[in-house]
Design a protein. Structure first.
Length: 105
């Protein structure tokens, strides 16, 4: 079972790496409409994401940067629950920048 899970993860990671590493900084922050959720860099160089506890109406279109931040938020929350820890608030989840800067392995 563990070998199957590792194989599936390796395949998913390779496909993620293939597609995200081809994107430029501009691709990550490209706004596909007027109403978007994205990531913003503050004066200290920290990236933070747009977020609302209650989903707005209309729902903003996410940028690629926001979607990758949301993946980090989701996995951080899932791992915290597995470890029996309370998840960090969304405001404490940083976006590390474009994909090649946060490769694994």
């Amino acid at each position: 079972m563990i070998a199957e899970l590792r194989r599936q993860f390796d395949l998913a990671w390779a496909l993620t790496d293939l597609h995200l590493s081809a994107l430029s900084d501009e691709d990550h922050l490209w706004a596909p409409g007027r109403l978007v959720w994205t990531v913003h860099e503050d004066a200290s160089g920290r990236w933070w994401a747009d977020f609302a506890d209650i989903e707005p109406d209309p729902i903003p279109v996410p940028t690629i940067g926001w979607l990758t931040w949301h993946m980090i938020l989701w996995w951080s929350t899932a791992l915290a629950h597995v470890d029996g820890r309370p998840p960090a608030p969304h405001s404490e989840i940083d976006w590390p920048g474009r994909w090649p800067t946060w490769r694994c392995g």
